[in-house]
Design a protein around this ligand. Structure first.
Ligand code: XIL
Length: 457
């Protein structure tokens, strides 16, 4: 046993996080490009004379989208009178730096010019389709992906369309818009874009059914945008939802990502990034602004850079995920093991050091019952070893016990950030994927979900 243990010590290198992929680009755009994807930001031309803003923008991103400058009210302020100056400025900045451009958005119920808000019926339909044709023609050949239609589905449980002046022109307004966009710019990918579609729910399923119908009838749609304006949690089926759309034969893109700052911000950013990387048809991610104080979400501090342009923990989580790392923690050298789904730490219940004391998740703190030392494949805490009984079945609670060197006390740090028991191959798992303080930690068959992923913190 001794040679094996010695080898284990060397192999472990005292790191809880495995080496992971070798490549490690140092900016979001370059790292995403290595993965065949883009990483973009929404921009406003009114910030283009802000040096800090431009430094971060030009260094980090390889795709841009106009936060407002290509919307209907901006591009056609009077009927038939088009103004492309601000949109052109964004395109030309992107082109001069080799960045791609997302077009946003041809038709939407919001930010319509006053004259269009006052139209209805056939008159509005004609004006809308003309708008699509004119704008897509102007930018022809310069747009990677167009949000042809934005936010046309209702929130809540109906799974149906949102009421709007456009919807009242007839249910076929969306397909008419896609056909007009294809005719005007055959080289652009044509996307449907919406929010509150972050998991499998009534709204995302309504959109899914529309996309499936469009594909079956030959309506030209190439991609679906998931805005991903997120709060303090993310649905567990975020990736599965992207995948089901991809399986319809369309690309998927994360189009307006921002996440409320709080204990879970970095983890959520990392989770979204990993989800996109795991779905081969997820072609890129766009964050909705550069720094926290550029964000439309005011006090949420929802972006990757602070107002001075410093990288936040959320930035590191995204870059690590893009680089194939597994550690979204702002402190990758800590001795705690933080669960990704909950943001809480592996903890010996009651700070007990007794044999059989059970493991739970709890708010991360600095006391000894969350401090782990790696010794070969053993994980020591409170002077004991992380343990499950011999040949423990799925569902068994994880505990501490006198260190025995037994294989039931050996844990393998897997490259997907799961931790499996060397004897049974079962993974450390937060029971029921609960995120509550005090939830039991058990062993369960490995599925790689966020309730089974752990990072040093
Ligand atoms: C927002 C912009 O960020 C704001 O500056 C503007 O005042 C309102 O629109 N979904 C979308 C985006 O598709 O166009 C919105 O952008 C945010 C929500």
């Amino acid at each position: 046993m001794l040679p094996a243990l010695a080898t284990g010590l060397l192999a472990a290198g005292m790191a809880l996080v495995p080496a992971g992929a070798a490549s490690a680009a140092s900016t979001l755009g370059a790292s995403a490009a290595e993965k065949g994807r883009y990483f973009g930001a929404a921009v406003g031309t009114y910030k283009f004379n802000d040096n800090t803003y431009m430094t971060v923008l030009n260094r980090e991103f390889n795709s841009l989208v106009a936060e407002n400058e290509m919307k209907w009210d901006a591009t056609e302020p009077q009927r038939g009178v088009f103004n492309y100056s601000a949109g052109d400025r964004i395109v030309s900045h992107a082109r001069s730096r080799g960045m791609s451009v997302r077009g946003h958005a041809l038709l939407w119920h919001a930010q319509q010019p006053g004259w269009a808000q006052g139209l209805s019926g056939g008159d509005l339909r004609n004006a809308a389709i003309n708008h699509v044709t004119q704008v897509a023609t102007h930018f022809r050949g310069q747009i990677h992906s167009w949000d042809v239609v934005n936010e046309a589905f209702a929130d809540g449980g109906s799974g149906g369309r949102r009421d709007s002046n456009l919807q009242r022109t007839g249910n076929d307004w969306i397909e008419a818009a896609f056909r007009a966009a294809r005719a005007a710019d055959p080289g652009a990918k044509l996307c449907y874009n919406d929010y509150n579609t972050d998991g499998i729910n009534a709204k995302s399923t309504g959109i899914y059914n529309m996309v499936r119908d469009f594909r079956s009838r030959g309506v030209p749609i190439d991609c679906v945008g998931f805005q991903s304006h997120l709060g303090t949690s993310i649905p567990g089926d975020y990736q599965a939802n992207l995948q089901r759309f991809a399986d319809l034969g369309v690309d998927v893109q994360i189009t307006e990502l921002d996440v409320t700052q709080g204990g879970n911000q970095a983890n959520i950013y990392g989770t979204v990034t990993r989800a996109c990387l795991a779905v081969s048809r997820c072609t890129g991610i766009t964050v909705w602004g550069v720094r926290d104080c550029d964000s439309w979400r005011g006090g949420d501090n929802a972006l990757l850079f602070d107002c001075a342009g410093n990288k936040k923990a959320a930035y590191t989580a995204v870059l690590d995920a893009l680089n194939g790392g597994t550690n979204p923690s702002p402190n990758p050298t800590g001795n705690r093991l933080r669960n990704e789904a909950s943001g809480r730490c592996l903890d010996v219940n009651g700070a007990s050091s007794a044999n059989g004391a059970q493991m739970i998740i709890w708010d991360c703190h600095s006391a000894a019952n969350q401090q782990f030392t790696q010794n070969g494949r053993a994980l020591q805490v409170m002077g004991k070893c992380l343990d499950v009984p011999n040949n423990a079945a799925a569902g068994t609670r994880v505990q501490i016990w006198d260190c025995s060197g037994g294989v039931n006390q050996q844990w393998v740090m897997n490259s997907n950030a799961t931790i499996s028991n060397a004897q049974t191959g079962l993974c450390l798992d937060v029971n029921g994927a609960s995120t509550a303080n005090g939830t039991a930690v058990i062993v369960w068959s490995c599925h790689g979900g966020t309730n089974q992923r752990w990072a040093r913190a």
